[in-house]
Design a protein around this ligand. Structure first.
Ligand SMILES: [Mn+2]
Length: 364
């Protein structure tokens, strides 16, 4: 890492699996076990894994020393031995404060009582992830393709009387049958007034005709995520309120997609969508940021929100997802994720967004 010398860091200790994936190519979720990648100023880096993963790790990485521990061993004691063998004693550490738990930090401090653990690599890693490579964007396009497929599966399964959870089950079952092993977050399917809670939970609620169905979902494809929201109108007779709210969200969504450009601030992009909604008097019902970065994680730095003056840069991947939520009445959100370049915003998802998208899809 270029700035280790500048910041006088002896050990850069990475614990976030997505960081380790980015830096070594090795992708693994260790759960309660210890997975770490350690970089030193003048020595070969170490990838430290649970023993049951060492063969996978060795087969994946190159020019990295791979070490492991058994469940019956103390991983921190082994890390201590490894680091002392590199000739590092009174060390200055960089850690990922956003990821490393207090418990793990205390374990490190116990074995390195004279270590200094103040330097935080989390902001650096967040910055490193902002612009995606062509290869990463290709994976995200594929993740987007499967998110569109998921919406189609969900749309085909809708019928009056079906429950939200039945639709969730159908989507995930069909995707798994087609080789997608992991969703990027718990699939959200919400009917009617349930969709008025932006972070609602699918349950036994049954679908009625002339209600909205909000799908918010995504998949993980080769370590990269997708995230899409469609609010489909199930029926053919939307109320005046349903039509008005829907088209307002759609206008805000389309305007932000069309006007996103390089070097514009995140705050300005948020404002483009927010002003459209606020001008019609619905500003208080759009109670979240316009969007978020995504990549290896479904929510990454930065937030596309008011007050974030950070400029949008080439190959940044983020969501545009305005919504209006009128409690106990109606909820509409339309979300696409994509990447930005000199030609504008390129969505990873393409399921149609007009109010009659569901009926048109069923006719086709
Ligand atoms: Mn999202």
């Amino acid at each position: 890492m270029s700035d280790m010398k500048k910041n006088n860091i002896d050990v850069a200790f990475f614990s976030d699996p997505s960081t380790i994936h980015l830096m070594t190519g090795y992708l693994s979720e260790p759960h309660e076990r210890i997975l770490a990648f350690m970089i030193f100023k003048d020595a070969t880096p170490i990838l430290f894994t649970p023993a049951l993963e060492i063969e996978d790790a060795k087969a994946t990485v190159s020019n990295i020393q791979v070490e492991s521990y058994l469940d019956t061993q103390n991983p921190w004691e082994i890390i201590q031995t490894l680091i002392i063998s590199k000739g590092i004693l009174h060390s200055n550490w960089a850690i990922e404060k956003q990821h490393l738990t207090v418990q793990k930090l205390e374990a490190l401090q116990e074995f390195f009582p004279r270590g200094c653990f103040t330097f935080d690599y989390s902001p650096f890693m967040a910055n490193l992830r902002i612009s995606k490579s062509a290869d990463e964007i290709e994976k995200m396009k594929k993740a987007g393709y499967w998110a569109d497929e998921a919406i189609k599966i969900g749309a085909l399964a809708l019928h009056a009387g079906v429950s939200e959870l039945e639709i969730v089950a159908e989507i995930e079952y069909q995707l798994k049958k087609r080789g997608i092993s992991q969703m990027s977050f718990d699939t959200m399917v919400l009917f009617g007034d349930n969709a008025a809670n932006p972070h609602g939970t699918p349950g036994e609620r049954k679908l009625k005709t002339n209600e909205f169905v909000l799908f918010d979902l995504g998949v993980v494809y080769e370590g990269y995520t997708s995230d899409v929201t469609r609010t489909l109108f199930f029926g053919d007779a939307p109320s005046e309120q349903q039509e008005k709210v829907y088209n307002l969200v759609l206008n805000a969504h389309d305007a932000a997609m069309a006007k996103a450009t390089l070097d514009m601030s995140a705050s300005n992009l948020d404002g483009i969508a927010r002003n459209i909604i606020a001008d019609q008097g619905y500003g208080t019902y759009f109670n979240h940021r316009l969007g978020h970065g995504l990549g290896q994680s479904v929510h990454e730095f930065p937030s596309i929100m008011e007050g974030n003056e950070m400029p949008l840069v080439k190959n940044m991947c983020f969501s545009i997802e305005p919504g209006i939520y009128i409690p106990n009445e109606v909820g509409v959100r339309i979300e696409d994720c994509g990447y930005l370049d000199e030609h504008g915003f390129h969505s990873f998802t393409f399921f149609p967004t007009h109010l009659t998208a569901y009926t048109d899809f069923m006719k086709s």
